[in-house]
Design a protein around this ligand. Structure first.
Ligand code: ADP
Ligand code: MG
Length: 663
């Protein structure tokens, strides 16, 4: 048999195939046409459809119109009024098709354009086939704007026509596209109707996205919306969203995603959002989300094939991560989550700042970064839920007396109780009195009977009291505890001996190198500063040694630190800064101020767990929290009113179940 003769395909056929690839279905063509109308600054867009867009797809706008002299070429491939130089390709705000939409349509359908600009006294209409205008434009009456009429889509491509779904299904997709663009462009009035029938969908111009969502997707969704915004200068993006609260969910889940004002899809972003919601929503249920993302056009992959609605952009992971955290934060702070993130309100205790403050203020008190659920939720391996039921109060208290406090010279680490005999300084008595006066009795009762549940992260832990579960800021409670121990164990504190004494001067010098110290050249030479700080501390050494077991020898070397709680050692990473602050922040002049500021500084230092140590010894940290810190809160802490803000009552059991079921 003779080999087949290879022929070059007819150009018309090539174009047709290419156009068929691009258009694929009426909704895709419509999307392009809507974008053209928006690009032409239209404020009214009306879409008329016959037979799911297969017979007729018409879009009428009141935009700028097309100049008469351009009508001849609008349907040639790669003609566009929007792109002048190649370099513009990476700068265009719109992406996807570039001068291909009208051309493509003209290859696979009967295309008519009727248009009128403001300058011209009458309108013009023209029809197109295979990228060419058929005859000169004809003058006609009409308002400013453009009417694009697409008839008999794929009339010349029977196979492709057969691939299309039923008119009803195509209509569904058209409706979806119009709905989404109407939400995103809420200042534009959209109408969608079947030919000769009343509108299926209509939005008012100068509306809001919220209103349009309620109008199109239902008032139930409209009422559940939370607005979110995020502007990021690092990855240069702007994120605006309206997402449903966690008390709303639906089976199919609706996501409207616009990237640089173009309707697209992003599997990665969708997955990230589903992941955020999966914690709160029942299995198989989804939220409604409208998201608009604006990215530097240069960061966007503009060369994605037009049929690919899936987009990619630079720093995708980082940007998605930031968006995720933002949504998470918003969901936690939303009204709905009030039931389970209600701030502790104590019966009978009035707190003026709390009286009329809504739940919104709750989050203000919390380090926002920490409120994401990754941190609030705990690893199942770490958190022993069985303790929830099994552990009885007091069970762990014995740990205290039996554990050896190995680094303490003085073996007789006395827990509270017997103070050194002798008269307490009035200043200290006064400070102790203040602590007692500030005591919140209800909070004390809660701490006294707390049952530890588990650590959450380096800051938070969970404990139970009666039927309630609390999320507690361990660090803040710790700081107060250390402060109180310093005051109540005044003159009576054991000490931690340093293996090698450390030169104060050297420590101060190291601290001055830290950004945190805020050293600037005006402050003077670092060596000199270190010298004078060391001098101050050597001079005040007797006070620190006598009352707080902090020993600095005559050579200016730090020998011991107070042992405030058994098994607890302050972080060495923060030691230089602590020493510097002792020299600069403690008011050495008056007695009360001196003790007060010394104790506050020391408490802060002891409560800081350096991130480094947390990383290297996470197990030890957890052990400490459970076996030393919380038992100490139980035993000693006299919580002042303001600690209420560091304790969150988790009340709604059904919500709790959702948070923890995945552990
Ligand atoms: P692109 O939108 O990428 O420029 P198109 O093929 O979609 O390519 O459109 C070609 C050109 O036709 C546009 O650049 C614009 O000048 C003009 N045009 C298309 N639709 C409209 C419209 N509705 N109103 C005004 N001008 C339009
Ligand atoms: Mg276009």
């Amino acid at each position: 048999m003779e080999p087949g003769v290879i022929k070059k395909l007819d150009e018309v056929v090539v174009n047709r195939i290419a156009a068929g690839e691009i258009i694929q279905k009426p909704a895709n063509a419509l999307k392009e046409l809507i974008e053209n109308s928006l690009d032409a600054n239209a404020t009214h867009i009306q879409v008329t459809v016959k037979s799911g867009g297969l017979k007729l797809l018409q879009i009428q706008d009141n935009g700028t119109g097309i100049r008469r002299e351009d009508l001849a070429i609008v349907c040639e491939r790669f003609t566009t009024s929007k792109l002048i130089k190649f370099e513009d390709l990476s700068n265009i705000g719109t992406f996807g098709f570039r001068g291909e939409a009208l051309a493509s349509i003209s290859h696979v359908a009967h295309l008519n354009i009727q248009t009128k600009t403001a300058k011209e006294s009458c309108g013009y209409k023209a029809s197109y086939e295979d990228g060419m205008m058929k005859g000169p434009p004809k003058a006609c009456a009409g308002n400013q704007g453009t009417i694009i009429t697409v008839e008999d889509l794929f009339y010349n491509m029977p196979q492709r026509r057969q691939c299309l779904k039923s008119p009803t299904e195509e209509m569904q997709k058209i409706c979806d596209v119009v709905s989404k663009y109407a939400v995103h462009n809420s200042s534009v009035a959209f109408t969608l109707k079947k030919f000769g029938e009343a509108p299926i969908l209509r939005t008012m111009g100068r509306s809001t996205r919220e209103c349009n969502i309620a109008n199109i997707y239902g008032t139930q969704i409209g009422r559940a919306l939370l607005p979110i915004e995020l502007q990021d200068d690092v990855h240069k993006f702007k994120f605006t969203a309206l997402v449903t609260k966690v008390d709303y969910s639906e089976k199919r889940g609706i996501m409207l995603l616009f990237i640089n004002h173009r309707l697209v899809e992003s599997i990665a972003l969708k997955a990230a959002i589903d992941n955020v919601y999966s914690t709160y929503l029942p299995k198989g249920m989804h939220p409604f989300t409208y998201i608009s993302l604006e990215i530097t056009p240069t960061h966007l992959d503009v060369n994605v094939h037009p049929t690919k609605h899936e987009v990619h952009f630079l720093y995708e992971d980082e940007i998605i991560d930031k968006i995720k955290r933002r949504i998470e934060l918003k969901l936690l702070g939303s009204n709905t989550s009030r039931t389970f993130y209600k701030q502790l309100r104590l019966p009978g205790v009035t707190d003026p700042d709390m009286e009329d403050s809504e739940n919104v203020t709750i989050l203000k008190n919390v380090d926002k970064e920490r409120m994401d659920k990754d941190r609030v939720r705990t690893d199942s391996k770490e958190q022993k839920m069985d303790k929830f039921i099994l552990q009885k109060p007091n069970e762990k208290e014995s740990d205290f007396n039996t554990t050896s406090f190995d680094r303490i010279e003085d073996e007789s680490f006395k827990v509270n109780t017997t103070r050194k005999s002798g008269v307490l300084l009035t200043s200290i008595k006064q400070m102790q009195g203040n602590v007692e006066r500030r005591l919140n009795v209800v909070l004390r009762k809660i701490l006294k009977d707390l049952v530890f549940v588990g650590t959450v992260d380096q800051t938070y832990a969970l404990f139970q009291h009666e039927t309630k579960l609390y999320l507690c800021n361990t660090s803040k409670f710790c700081e107060e505890l250390f402060y109180q121990r310093l005051i109540f164990e005044f003159q009576n504190l054991p000490h931690i001996k340093l293996e090698n004494p450390l030169a104060i001067k050297e420590l101060v010098r190291i601290a001055l190198e830290c950004e945190e110290a805020g050293w600037s050249p005006e402050d003077g030479d670092k060596m000199e500063l270190a010298e004078s700080a060391s001098k101050i501390l050597i001079e005040k050494a007797p006070i620190m040694r006598e009352y707080f077991s902090l020993r600095i020898n005559e050579e200016g070397q730090l020998e011991t630190l107070p042992a405030i709680l058994p098994q607890h050692y302050p972080s060495s990473t923060n030691l230089p800064m602590y020493i510097l602050r002792l020299a600069t922040e403690v008011d050495w002049e008056s007695e009360v101020e001196c003790f007060e500021s010394f104790c506050r500084e020391t408490a802060q230092f002891y409560a800081l767990t350096s991130a480094l140590e947390m990383e290297s010894l996470p197990q030890r940290h957890k052990w400490l929290v459970e076996h030393v810190l919380y038992p100490s809160f139980k035993r000693y802490l006299l919580p002042p009113n303001n600690l209420k803000q560091q304790l969150y009552e988790l009340t709604s059991l059904s919500q709790l179940y959702k948070v923890f079921e995945r552990c």
